[in-house]
Design a protein around this ligand. Structure first.
Ligand code: HEM
Length: 397
């Protein structure tokens, strides 16, 4: 008779993954955590963590075990505040909330604005090439999200458009483990909610916008008023800074690797793959969490019921077990299986729109710029969830 195999406890680490240095350069830490085992326990934050590609992907797909219903942030306050968000519910309710996004963001609908996106990208890049030097964040990556996507969402065309990006980055910081950086960003969360309640009201949203689809669903009683408000918050947080981070991150990688830029310029068909590779390596949303609904065993390692588990998209995307030579930027890799947009029931509904923006921008740049290089040191601020650049001085000719 063979004795039943007992799962082992997860290896523990005191690594401070959310300390400033680690947030600015998490990749060596991710590699150590992947090597520790298929599951690790981050003692500092009392979090379990999955850092390998296969395990992160499997957990994202298995929403019945790895539930979003207790929130996906790393602290209880943020999770309570986002209780009615599409990101913080499981099916079947998630399917109802998700429908308001799918109704707006389905490829056949967003392709209607493809012409506007291409035209604006062309005009923008014409101007930047004339200038020669510019900021890859403010002048290149921000324009389409601010001018086209904010119109699509329906936010009023007023002075708050610049604030929304700042509040959203604050809201992502607020999702981190309890502490100074997390607490100090509460005013951003309050300001965003205040704006949604008093300024971006249903009667002031632009006609025919995504926001109107949200509030019409509330009027029909399909979703509650608070769920509609949280859907607007999801648009503000998930729909803008993410794209800006992905586009600026890809531009940075292309400027750092002249051979890869040359390849894209010579064959613009490589643009979609180059953007996916940028999203894989830079992973605009680095991690969210889930809570286990029962005791789980992953490759012989136990996670108890009710544990909060960090799912690191950023580490999974650099896992050498899935991507050969994972830290290399290779525009021909075409990593269609990247977890940068998530996978499973919460997979990003904005992927087509974000990709259209990126393809238009890099396509226009590949047509017009021969050389692309850094013109100064990029500036990056630490964030608990996002990986993004604040400034990226570049020069083109
Ligand atoms: C490069 C750009 C983008 C990246 C990297 C990105 C990334 C992601 C990821 C990783 C998730 C999954 C969250 C989870 O697993 O819990 C997600 C969900 C989501 N994204 Fe995106 N996103 C991008 C652009 C957009 C855009 C343009 C929009 C809308 C205009 C959008 C709206 C959403 C929404 C509403 C969700 C929640 C879906 C749900 O919970 O069912 N995203 N995104």
């Amino acid at each position: 008779m063979t004795a039943a195999r007992t799962p082992t406890a997860a290896p523990r680490t005191d690594l401070e993954l959310f300390a400033t240095d680690a947030l600015l350069d998490p990749f060596p830490h991710y590699a150590r955590l992947r090597d520790l085992g298929p599951v690790v326990h981050l003692d500092e934050y009392d979090l379990y963590g999955l850092f390998r590609y296969e395990q992160v992907r499997a957990a994202l797909v298995d929403w019945e075990t790895f539930s979003s219903a207790q929130g996906i942030a790393m602290n209880p306050t943020a999770n309570e505040l986002s209780a009615d968000s599409v990101l913080s519910v499981d099916p079947p309710r998630q399917r109802t909330l998700r429908k308001v996004f799918d109704d707006a963001l389905r490829p056949k609908y967003v392709r209607k604005v493809a012409g506007d996106i291409e035209r604006l990208a062309g005009e923008l890049v014409d101007d930047l090439v004339r200038r020669g030097e510019f900021d890859g964040v403010a002048d290149f990556a921000c324009k389409l999200p601010v001018e086209i996507v904010m119109d699509l969402i329906g936010f009023p065309r007023d002075e708050h458009r610049a604030d929304i990006l700042r509040w959203a980055l604050g809201a992502f910081n607020f999702m981190g483990p309890p502490g100074e950086r997390q607490e100090s960003t509460f005013p951003d969360v309050q300001a965003l909610m205040q704006y949604l309640v008093t300024e971006a009201t249903p009667d002031r949203l632009l006609p025919g916008s995504f926001g109107q689809i949200v509030w019409e669903a509330a009027d029909r009683g399909e979703i509650t008023g608070n769920e509609a408000l949280m859907a607007m918050s999801a648009y503000a947080c998930a729909g803008l800074d993410t794209t800006i981070a992905g586009v600026a991150g890809t531009l940075w990688l292309l400027a750092l690797h002249p051979d890869q830029w040359r390849a894209v310029r010579q064959d613009p068909q490589l643009v979609p793959g180059a953007f996916l590779e940028g999203v894989r390596l830079e992973t605009p949303l680095q991690a969210f969490s889930r809570v286990t609904t029962h005791d789980v065993e992953i490759d012989g390692v136990a996670i108890p019921r009710g544990a909060r588990v960090l799912l690191s998209y950023g580490s999974a995307n650099r896992d050498e077990r899935n991507y050969p030579d994972p830290d290399r930027f290779d525009v021909r890799r075409n990593p269609v299986d990247t977890l940068g947009f998530g996978v499973g029931v919460h997979t990003c509904p904005g992927r087509t729109l974000a990709s259209m923006e990126a393809h238009a921008l890099f396509g226009a740049l590949a047509e017009r710029a021969v050389t692309l290089e850094l013109a100064g040191e990029p500036v990056r601020s630490p964030n608990h969830v996002t990986r993004s650049l604040d400034r990226l001085p570049v020069r083109v000719s």
